[in-house]
Every structure is written in C-alpha cells, then in structure tokens.
Design a binder for this molecule. Structure first.
Ligand code: PLP
Length: 396
C-alpha cells in the first residue's frame, strides 16, 4: 500500500547531501571561468595546463596499445612495466629507490593519488598542515578525507617558501601530516635542499608524515630539484606523489603515481582497488613511452616555459608591478597591491575592460590577497598581446 503523497514529509534533495560535502565551497576559479567562457576575444592566462599537445610518439604509443588489443584491466597497482620504469625514473632523478612490486601505485593523476594518501592516513579530526597560497584542491581534499586543514601562510618577501618557524608555530598535538608542493602552484616557489632539511628536521622531531606533490618538479628553472623524501630519515615518513600531466603535457591521459613504504602503498591500494580498480591501460602505455623516450620533449617544453617566464617577469616589472621571479612550474604571481585594487577587483576589471583572464590570488587561499596568478602555459604571441592589454589596464 502506498501512503498518500500529503503524508510524506518534504525533504529537499539538498538534505541528502553529507554535511562535510555541503561545507565545501565552490571553486573560485570555476566561477570565474564560467564568466570567461561567455566572453569573446579573451586571452586566458588562467589555465593550469600545458598549451602543448602531448608529444606525438606518446600519443602514438596509446594508439598502438589499442591496435594491439590492450583494452583490459591491469594489476590494481598498475602494469609492472610501468612501475619498473617509474622506479628507475625516480631513482635517477630524485635519488630515491622504490620497489616496483610493493612501493609504487599508479593512479588516475596526482589528484587521485593525493585523495588516496589522505584517506589512507587520516583519522577524523587529524590535522594536515600545508603552505598557502596553494593548489585549490588541497583544503577540500583534506575535508573530504575528514581531516582538519591548517593553512600556513607564505609571503612574497620569503619568495613564498615554507619557513621553519611558521611550520613550528602551526604544529599542535593533532598535527599528523605536512602536505607540500614545490615548485608551487600558484606562486612558482621552490625550496633548496638546505631549506628542505630545516623542514625535515621538524617533521622528524614531531613525527609528521609528509605528502609531497612533485607534479612540477621537472619544471625547475634554477638549481636541480630536490625532493624532501630523499633527505636523511625522510623516505620512511614520506608519500611521494608525481604524474605526467605537466612535464609531459598529458593532462587528459589522467595518470600519476605514488611512491611510499609498502604499508602506506598497501593502505592506499585498498581504497584504490574498490573505487577505481586501476588507471586506464591506454594511459599507462602512453606514460611508459613518456618515461622511456619523452625526456627531450620535456626539456624542449621547459625551455619554452623559461623564455615565456623571462618575458612576462620583465613585462610586469616594466609596468611597475612588483613581480617575484618564479623558479619553477608555469605560473607568475605578481603583486597588484600598488594599483590599490583587491585581487578580485583587479581580475574582474581586467577581464571586463581588456579581455585578459588572470586568476585572483585569493582563489588559492586568503594569503593570496594582493596577487594574481598568470599562467604562461600560453603561446608567446598571446602573452605579448596580454602584456600590452594589462599595461593599458594599469595605466587607466
Ligand atoms: N597538484 C598540483 C599542484 C596541481 O597544480 C595539479 C593540477 O593543476 C594537480 C596536482 C593535478 O594533477 P593531475 O592532473 O595529475 O591530477
């Protein structure tokens, strides 16, 4: 027997949504780019992905995989060939050795690997410390894993590095994880081995687990990149995350990986095997090709980014804007304080008046106020036009 509709209590679909999901704010970047998409003649410096198409031989490897009938699942951890190649790549480039059988998991991008790492280690209420401004997904990912996100503001005068004293001041008895990302999205900050060692000392002292997102590590323009995982006593307390999206221009392939001691990879695998099963086999084949033969393409793209960075830093300084020279990734984070505008007003004004899209610094956390993020993963011609338009906007 059905109850008459009038006796059924009225529940809005929103009431079914879990509280911790309801509490997650909409992405500031998404709202902004919904407006951008409705406009014509916009030059976007807002995109966080390479403007290069994936190198041809990597695409060809994906096509060839399909031709050979590679259409099934792989091992939950990823194909052994790829895990072996990752193990060699990480050993050569980061001075870290991981066992491909038990210490490497191939994921659907760094995004999935980060989610797995957080879900695998956090008990409700555990604190995750991270430096800010930072990648937009960090705070929501921590909240979705029932952790408590604790932002540590970084400053332009410190070149947006994580200062040891700021880390120490943020630690409480509930602190469990330090999440790091150098080179940093959105600032392009990097940390030297000596600076990382100062952070490592604190992590060892307070028994913190480090999750290090190394997605931009190949795109370092000054000194050789060092991973905190390679410092003494750190490998056993670090989850090293990396992927193919940025260095090999493979965002759409959705493939990344995590390297960590076996018990941590095993914990992450237990979540991954039920939620995802495995990363797509075609993407894994393409990733294998990138590691085996993609080095020169990566160097070429990095050189292009470096030239564009030099151009844009110079252009902003000529306009009278204070611009910290980023040493990695493909973002500039100039200060717009001298214009007297907030980052929100600057970004919206520039879009409206000159059709150039940059991202308000506050999209990356409150400490991004006073700055805007400009991606130089955009062709040089576009950058030149954008620079002219920005200069005109500031003069007005
Ligand atoms: N981590 C950082 C710092 C990023 O900037 C991004 C993408 O912009 C990601 C992770 C996501 O990477 P993936 O495409 O591998 O999921």
């Amino acid at each position: 027997m059905h109850l008459p509709l009038s006796t059924v209590s009225s529940t809005s679909p929103n009431d079914y949504v879990a509280e911790h999901v309801r509490a997650i704010p909409r992405s500031g970047i998404r709202d902004f780019f919904e407006i951008v998409q409705t406009m014509k003649n916009v030059i976007s410096l807002g995109i966080g992905e390479p403007d290069f198409v994936t190198p041809w031989h990597i695409r060809e490897a994906a096509i060839y995989a399909l031709e050979r009938g590679k259409t099934g699942y792989t091992s939950n951890l990823g194909s052994m060939n790829l895990r072996e190649a990752i193990s060699d790549y990480v050993a050569t480039n980061y001075a870290l050795r991981y066992d491909p059988a038990t210490e490497i998991l191939v994921s659907v991008g760094v995004s999935e690997a980060l989610d797995l790492a957080l879900r695998a280690v956090l008990n409700p209420g555990d604190e995750v410390l991270y430096h800010e401004p930072c990648y937009v997904s960090y705070s929501p990912s921590i909240a979705l894993a029932h952790g408590h996100a604790v932002a540590i503001g970084t400053k332009e005068e410190d070149e947006f590095k994580l200062r040891p004293e700021a880390l120490r001041a943020a630690i409480t008895p509930k602190s469990k994880v330090l999440l790091m990302n150098f080179p940093t999205n959105p600032t392009g900050a990097v940390m030297t081995a000596a600076e990382l060692e100062e952070i490592a000392v604190i992590c060892r002292e307070h028994n913190l687990l480090v999750i290090t997102d190394e997605i931009y590590s190949e795109l370092s323009y000054a000194d050789a990149h060092t991973s905190i995982a390679s410092l003494p006593g750190m490998r056993e307390r670090t989850i090293f995350l990396h992927g193919f999206s940025k260095a090999f221009a493979m965002t759409g392939f959705r493939v990344g990986y995590a390297c960590a001691p076996a018990p941590l990879i095993d914990a992450m695998m237990r979540i991954h095997q039920y939620g995802i099963l495995c990363a797509p086999i075609v993407s894994q084949e393409a990733a294998l090709e990138a590691l085996r033969h993609g080095h020169d393409d990566m160097i070429e793209m990095r050189e292009q980014y470096r030239l564009r960075r030099n151009f844009l830093v110079h252009a902003f300084r000529e306009m009278g804007l204070h611009c910290f020279e980023p040493r990695g990734a493909f973002y500039l984070f100039p200060s717009i304080k001298s214009t007297g505008m907030t980052s929100h007003d600057f970004a919206f004004g520039l879009l409206k008046q000159e059709q150039v899209a940059v991202v308000p610094g506050t999209a990356f956390g409150p400490s991004g106020e006073g700055c805007v993020r400009c991606s130089y993963a955009t062709g040089m011609e576009q950058l030149q036009i954008a620079a002219e338009r920005i200069a005109r906007f500031i003069q007005k």
